[in-house]
Each structure stands twice: as C-alpha cells, then as structure tokens.
Design a protein around this ligand. Structure first.
Ligand code: PLP
Length: 395
C-alpha cells in the first residue's frame, strides 16, 4: 500500500482538482453548463472526439472530485454521484436490469429501498424476491435463471445484523449475477465491500459522508465495465445527477470521515456496553458487543463496529416514546450519521409501513429504539439517556 492508497490520505487528497488560482480548498464549479471556444470544439465534445465537460447533468469537475475521492476510498475504478441515495439505487437497478430480470434482496433493507423494489421496479417488469439477510440457504433458494442482481445492506437497519459479503459474493459468482452492497452504515472507512468480492457499492451520502446533516446525495461505485455503458448512460439520460454544490460539501465531508467514524464507533461502543447493564433495557444490538450473534464476522469484515445501536426498553411503545421524549441531546429524527446524536422509534417511523406481522418477523418490536451516536462527549450522551431511563415509570 503506497501513501496514496491509505484511506486517511485519499480521503483528503484523492480526486483533487486545482485551478491556476492556486486555491487550497477545491473550487466549486457551480455551473449548469460549459462554453466552447468554437463551433468545432462544441462538435468535438458532443461527438466524444475531445474529452471534457458539456453539461452538469452529464459531468461537472466538482462532482468528479467527489466521485474520484469516494471511488478511491472504496477501492473501485469508477464512482457515479447521484442526487440522493435512492437515486443511486434506482440508477443501479434501471441501468443494469431489464424487463424480465429478477433481483434478490434482503428484507432487512432501508424502508424506502423496499418500497422502490416493490413498486417502481415491479411496475417496469423487474421481479424481486426478499430473503432474510443472514439466511444463506434462502438466498440460494431464491436465485432463478433470470436473477441478475443480489442486493443487501450490512449492518442492517436498525438491528445491525451482519451479512457475510464474501459468502454471498461467491454465491453471486456461481450463478453469474452481480452483488451490490449498500455501504451507508459503515462507509469505506469501516468496510470496503469490493475487497470481499462484491461487484457494486451504493451510498446515501446524506448520512456519514456528509456527516453534518446538510445535503442529500448518493453514489454508485464499481468497475468501468459495469457502470459506464449502463448506469452512467442511464444517469445522463434520466437525470438524477448530483448538484455540484452538494458534491463540494460531500468532498469536504470525506476529508474528515476517518476521524469522525473513529469517534462515532468509540461513542457507540461506550453507550452499547453501558446500556447492557441498565435494568430497564432488555436487549442491546451492537456488532461490537460479544453478545451480538455476528460479532466475530463483524470483527473480520469491518474495521470498526459503526455508530448505530438499537436496544429494547421494557414497557413497549409507551416506554420507548417516553424515553425519546425525555432525552435532550438526541434529535428525534430518522436521519443518522450526523455529528448530532439522533434517536428513532423504528416501529412507528422508518418501519411503520410494514404490517405488525412483518415487523414481528424481522424483530422490530414496539420497545425498540435506534440511536445514531454523534460526536458529543460520550459522558453527556450517556448521562442524558440514563436520566431519561430512570424517569420511566417503573412497572
Ligand atoms: C438513507 C438511506 C438510503 C436512502 O438515501 P437518501 O439519500 O435518503 O435517498 C438508502 N440506504 C440506506 C441504508 C439509508 O440509510
């Protein structure tokens, strides 16, 4: 590994573009389109004989810096920035899949991803089967001759289940389909899916990559062969491209990603260990805990356990809501990966659309609370939760 490849160095330097002005921080090319010096140059750009920018729906220098920096961190050849995480997943699916194709996806996905698969994809004739993230026999059984893509998130939201990426990559290879991993929770600082054999990675940059709750965006990453002709062609034609302004914010976010992830992990670990000892807490889900069913896999596959914790408070929805209403340092929001800690009741927010039976099946109980550990002093985060937990009416 050379200095140029070490994650903390590429997070700061990869994709950097300097203009003759000598700026220290990258310039922001806030422009919708590009002008040509002559009619002949315009023609050459359009025909592709001369490389260069034409229009920011296709390419933009600021967007390219973000794409190259993130691709370098993920260890992929190519990155394509998109207007949101959902736009990344949509571009991946509509770029690569055709009417009649089949996709196998984990049921433990981000709720809107499930909706996208069940509505938009099904409507255009792409069939989807859902399987439990860690049930490898079910993944295998769901594969059909028409299957072209396996899609998962690990760790899962909100219960932090961990899938063995290498094992599913092997399954994908055997059946000549592609494996795509939504790497939103780990970021490339903690997990690089392509190193474990995945073909494609998607991100919601809205979360940790921005890291400060400012912009919505996303990205698809993979090889040039997989992305250029299909996913990029889809993006430039259909148009869910990333704004240069948001790309600039995300590039700045990547520069601090490694130090932020380290702190998110440390704070989450401290909270998770402490929560395990709290009598009102029935169960804690955090991959860093020895009690987590895939702790060993997480230790092998990830370079850290992440900033997301879920736990079950005694007393069901009433207790969970009371806790959420009592805490002061945690924002009540479905967003995560922010400097600010956040707290969520999955059963009535992110997963409210599921039927009670579906929630039961995947373990989203009424007492379940999800926390995204922020960058505040962990002693304060703990004290705030402790105070709220002791105020809950004893049963
Ligand atoms: C938020 C999120 C998305 C969707 O991203 P947006 O930027 O909100 O469109 C996809 N996957 C995961 C795991 C997420 O947390």
């Amino acid at each position: 590994m050379t200095a140029q490849d070490r994650p903390r160095t590429c997070a700061v330097h990869a994709g950097t573009l300097r203009t003759p002005e000598g700026e220290q921080s990258e310039a922001l090319f806030l422009t919708s389109s590009f002008a040509f010096r002559s009619a002949a140059e315009a023609a050459a750009r359009f025909s592709g004989d001369q490389p260069g920018n034409i229009y920011s729906r296709f390419t933009n220098p600021t967007v390219r810096t973000f794409e190259q920096r993130l691709a370098k961190l993920e260890g992929t050849e190519r990155g394509i920035a998109t207007a949101s995480g959902m736009a990344a997943i949509l571009s991946l699916c509509l770029g690569l899949l055709r009417h009649g194709d089949h996709l196998v996806a984990a049921i433990d996905l981000f709720g809107t991803t499930i909706m996208l698969f069940k509505t938009v994809l099904q409507r255009v004739g792409i069939a989807v089967s859902f399987v439990s993230l860690t049930d490898y026999a079910a993944w295998q059984a769901a594969i059909r001759p028409q299957t072209r893509l396996l899609f998962l998130e690990t760790p899962s939201n909100p219960l932090t289940a961990i899938a063995d990426i290498a094992r599913l990559a092997e399954l994908a290879r055997q059946h000549r389909c592609l494996l795509a991993v939504d790497n939103c929770f780990c970021t490339p600082i903690l997990q690089r899916p392509v190193q474990h054999g995945a073909d494609l990675v998607v991100h919601s940059a809205t979360k940790y990559l921005d890291g400060q709750g400012r912009c919505v965006g996303g990205a698809v990453l993979g090889s040039v062969a997989q992305l250029e002709e299909e996913v990029f062609a889809f993006l430039r034609t259909a148009g869910p491209s990333l704004s240069p302004f948001n790309a600039w914010v995300f590039s700045k976010g990547l520069e601090t990603l490694a130090v932020r992830m380290q702190a998110h992990c440390a704070h989450a670990m401290e909270l998770a260990e402490w929560l395990q000892s709290v009598p009102r807490v029935e169960r804690v889900y955090y991959p860093g805990l020895r009690s987590h069913p895939q702790h060993a896999l997480a230790a092998r596959q990830q370079d850290g356990y992440g900033g997301i914790i879920a736990f079950v408070v005694q007393g069901g929805r009433e207790a969970a809501w009371a806790l959420i209403d009592q805490v002061r340092l945690y924002s009540i929001t479905a967003n995560l990966g922010d400097t600010r800690s956040t707290i969520t009741h999955p059963a009535t927010t992110t997963h409210w659309r599921l039927t009670p039976a579906e929630r039961q099946q995947i373990g989203i109980t009424e007492g379940l609370v999800r926390i995204s550990a922020g960058l505040e002093d962990p002693a304060d985060l703990r004290a705030d939760l402790a105070a709220a937990l002791t105020r809950l009416n004893p049963r």
